[in-house]
Design a binder for this molecule. Structure first.
Ligand code: SAM
Length: 330
């Protein structure tokens, strides 16, 4: 008799699957896919939508109820809207969301809406066109901002804006980004930079949550927002009269491993129990050899058994996590 819940040896219930549907991206963010170092997967090595849907259905039977679609950039993959629709039709999934860099939002917002997805995270690290070019290598800030405003008008809720603060890059505008929460109902999420994939960004580029809080403190007192059971790892706050929220995701300064409920499926078909450790189950090879759903379930259980109690990522990635963020999806 199969276990019916993905509970690990530290009693964490892993009910959340993050799926990277492609390693391709239309931006080249300095902290994510630096210097084009990452070779692209041949197309046949990327999981097909049918394969992903099968894996998700098995996961749902084991207790997965929450899925986030990410990449690379998920909206660059052909057929993504039809896939998202099929995903929202899977019984038992109660929370499906999308992380995007926003470049293709404005031209596709209605198609996304039609899939039934309501929650979008949009990554935007600056409010300035020139800086956007410096960070992403592309002159597309206006596209992204129009996409964000359109998403709001179309009623997506909440819209989370992911921001990776880096010294010498966007540190001078953190207060302006935080100020957006007074004008828009956005949830602004400051994510501590995670050094991975051999990308040894110098220590002095890091901006950790306590320092970010200090820098935005002229805007007022941050009032803690009560967490709900389905919440992610962000510490949530609000300025008193603000419409939106400010959140901090602190993988470095205060990791949240003891409450981590995530598994990750990479575009190459690896099931990873932890973003920040290199262990992964090669689910694709077994799938393509014609394995049964029972065997797929066993692979979920194996990944769950291998989930470390905590990651040991440090400031300078001295622990040597080799995988690039762009291949796993953040
Ligand atoms: N292309 C989509 C996007 O830009 O949102 C989805 C993929 S991206 C890898 C997902 C998230 O990971 C983004 O919010 C990005 O800012 C974050 N990210 C990428 N590399 C990171 C790093 N080294 N440290 C912290 N966050 C990172």
């Amino acid at each position: 008799m199969l276990n019916t819940k993905l509970i690990d040896k530290y009693n964490r219930n892993l009910n959340y699957l993050r799926i990277s549907i492609t390693d391709r991206c239309n931006l080249k963010c300095i902290y994510c896919a630096p210097h084009n170092l990452v070779p692209k997967l041949p197309y046949k090595e990327i999981l097909s939508y049918e394969e992903i849907l099968r894996i998700v259905k098995v996961g749902v039977r084991l207790g997965i109820s929450k899925v986030r679609i990410t990449g690379g950039e998920p909206l660059v993959r052909k057929g993504v809207f039809q896939f998202l629709k099929q995903l929202t039709e899977i019984e038992g999934l109660i929370d499906i969301s999308l992380t995007t860099n926003g470049v293709l939002l404005k031209d596709n917002i209605e198609k996304i809406k039609a899939t039934g997805i309501e929650r979008i995270n949009i990554s935007v690290d600056t409010l300035y066109r020139e800086k956007f070019i410096q960070i992403t290598g592309h002159d597309l800030f206006d596209n992204v901002w129009e996409g964000i405003e359109l998403a709001q008008k179309m009623g997506f809720n909440p819209i989370k804006l992911n921001v990776v603060p880096l010294k010498g890059v966007n540190e001078d505008e953190l207060i302006d980004i935080a100020r957006l929460s007074f004008i828009y109902p956005f949830h602004i999420r400051f994510i501590e930079y995670m050094p991975m994939g051999g990308n040894k960004t110098e220590k002095d580029r890091h901006l950790l949550a306590p320092e970010i809080k200090r820098r935005i403190s002229p805007l007022g007192q941050l009032i803690a927002v009560e967490k709900k059971s389905n919440d992610g790892p962000a510490e949530r706050f609000k300025f008193e009269t603000a419409l939106g929220e400010i959140g901090f995701i602190r993988p470095i300064s205060q990791h949240f491993c003891n409450t981590c409920n995530r598994l990750r499926l990479s575009a190459s078909g690896r099931l990873r129990p932890c973003l920040l450790s290199d262990y992964q189950e090669d689910i694709k090879t077994r799938l393509r050899k014609g394995c049964s759903d029972k065997e797929l379930s066993e692979m979920f259980f194996k990944a769950v058994r291998k989930k470390p109690s905590e990651h040991n990522l440090t400031y300078d990635n001295s622990t040597g996590i080799s995988t690039q963020m762009s291949t796993i999806g953040g």
